[in-house]
Design a protein around this ligand. Structure first.
Ligand code: AMP
Ligand code: MG
Length: 530
């Protein structure tokens, strides 16, 4: 019988409805007057499936059995197109590290088309690392196993944490060697090639609009925005100036929600360039991202950004606002009014601040955020978390175990939190005194709510994950996969499916960063090389 992949319905709206590049060669070039170029994946020698996410396959009606077939591996390595697929690379631009970078585009991403599932939902499929496109700009269009494991696992980890994200269907190794100079320090090495298939309702980015605005191609800018509204923002109605504004307002809201989630779980994207900002408010482009182990708002995993720390954890809300500003500039020619765009940007700030306060109140198990008391309670907590190196995830899980009903002693309170500290020597008398003062205030505040400890713990554990893809965990899985052992990739995928559950059998993957990982490449430092 025909493989299920060949019986799916590919609608391919993007290439059907938007103008494409008339040149079909893969050579690097400026692509004008078009939203995409047709680009075939480069065949690979020996593809092997490392892992696949069955929940993602189910989004478009594939079973687990459908995924464990040779044809599936061939298609998602880029060796074959299933019936109805049309392979293309998208044209977009972007501001990188605060500067306009001109045309970027899918340099190593190749879309396979948009599949419509039995429920009528549309999902775009995209291979990352499948070879050259006109947007490859002198690079090779490929990806290595290490970065592909990171993208695959983190996409799914984020989804299960409840953070908006692109999904990952599959991870295959290609059997090809790819040369990378991981730290751009003159040490190129051959690494294993790999391809991830990502899935999202749309891969359109802020930079997708910026490129047409920069080229003053207002007609194409309008066409792309109309397309976006008709496909991904249908509820806004037929496009017109008012709808454009409503659309921008919604992008502002979705972006604010996204950043609140990142703050909640301790995620640092690492490269928040405007080409890496989804118009759906999804986390997109998993490169040198990282997770806070010890709480440090100044931390960034990206060595390329080490000097400026533009994309550090504590700066992400501000940067998202800056990026929205660029998007506002890009769509201005369709609106030609400054004030409503500025109002939407102010709305972004309000949404973020309100969302952030509500989220922090939830992390602390409070019923609602009470501005009068809780603003300083939160500010003081964040100061406290920086005094001694404190593991963010463990701290909030342990805080849920603090009793507010049984009048605990100072010793009892400190014992509950003990596991969260990296360096006991940092717990000086002064730090201990501040910690206890804060905990007593916290207990008093919780008591005002008149909730039981059990109820509070349940609510806290539902928003404070026990399992996140700590940088050292991803690196351990990568080290094994590079030796041909995919077991840890698959085990982490399984653990991260239930990040809020205790999962006692996986306790070791909830432990704080071991000392060996403090300064190890891949664990605390990553570059854009992938
Ligand atoms: P990123 O920083 O990963 O978002 O990438 C920025 C731009 O560089 C995008 O246009 C990517 O498609 C492109 N790019 C990154 N890595 C490669 C690669 N290995 N080959 C071709 N293009 C790449
Ligand atoms: Mg990118």
């Amino acid at each position: 019988m025909q493989h299920k992949l060949n019986r799916l319905h590919f609608a391919n709206h993007f290439v059907q409805e938007l103008p494409g590049d008339t040149d079909t060669s893969p050579y690097p070039r400026q692509v004008k007057g078009a939203c995409y170029s047709f680009a075939a994946p480069t065949p690979v020698r020996a593809p092997r499936l490392v892992a696949c996410a069955s929940e993602v396959a189910a989004l478009f009606d594939l079973s687990d059995a459908d995924c464990h077939t040779d044809f599936f591996t061939q298609v998602f390595a880029g060796n074959q197109l299933a019936t109805g697929m049309q392979a293309y690379a998208m044209c977009y631009g972007g501001h990188q590290f605060g500067h306009w970078a001109g045309q970027l585009g899918d340099g190593r991403a190749i879309n396979l088309g948009e599949v419509v599932n039995a429920k009528g939902e549309c999902w775009a499929l995209q291979l990352k690392g499948a070879g050259l496109t006109p947007y490859s700009r002198g690079a090779d269009g490929l990806a290595v196993l290490r970065s592909s494991v990171r993208e695959f696992l983190c996409s799914e980890a984020m989804y299960h944490l409840g953070v908006p994200t692109t999904r990952a269907l599959s991870l295959v190794t290609t059997g090809e060697q790819v040369v990378r100079d991981m730290f751009y320090d003159g040490n190129p090495q051959a690494e294993l090639g790999a391809v991830v298939c990502r899935v999202a309702p749309s891969f359109i980015r802020f930079g997708s609009f910026e490129i047409h605005a920069a080229r003053q191609d207002v007609a194409l800018l309008r066409q792309l925005l109309d397309y976006t509204i008709r496909h991904d923002f249908k509820h806004l109605g037929e496009p017109n100036t008012e709808v454009y504004l409503a659309w921008f307002n919604e992008v502002c809201e979705k972006t604010a929600e996204l950043i609140v989630h990142w703050q909640r779980v301790g995620f640092v994207h690492g490269v928040m360039n405007t080409d890496n900002m989804s118009i759906l408010g999804l986390t997109i482009d998993y490169g040198p991202y990282g997770w806070l182990d010890n709480y440090d708002p100044d931390w960034t995993p990206n060595t390329t950004d080490r000097a400026e720390r533009r994309y550090r954890y504590g700066n992400q809300a501000q940067i998202a606002g800056w990026n929205l500003n660029q998007l506002a500039n890009a769509i201005y020619p369709l609106i030609e009014q400054v004030e409503p765009l500025q109002a939407a940007l102010r709305h972004y700030s309000t949404c973020f601040i309100n969302g952030y306060h509500d989220m922090m109140a939830e992390k602390l198990g409070l019923q609602v955020f009470e501005p009068e008391t809780d603003k300083v309670l939160i500010e003081d907590l964040l100061k406290l978390l920086s005094l001694a190196e404190t593991d963010m995830s463990i701290f909030y899980r342990r805080l849920a175990d603090i009793s507010t009903e049984s009048e605990p002693s100072d010793q009892q309170l400190l014992a509950v939190l003990n596991e969260a500290y990296y360096q006991p020597a940092q717990l000086t008398d002064a730090v201990i005194a501040q910690t206890l003062t804060w905990l007593r205030r916290y207990i008093a505040r919780v008591q005002q709510d008149k909730t039981t400890d059990l109820d509070r713990k349940q609510r806290m554990d539902a928003v404070n994950p026990k399992y996140v893809l700590r940088n050292y965990l991803a690196q351990l899985a990568i080290d094994k996969a590079e030796q041909g052992d995919n077991s840890m990739v698959n085990e982490l995928l399984e653990v991260l499916r239930h990040p809020y559950d205790e999962q006692a059998q996986y306790q070791q993957w909830a432990q704080k960063r071991p000392d060996w990982a403090r300064t190890k490449a891949g664990c605390s430092m990553l570059s854009c090389s992938s």
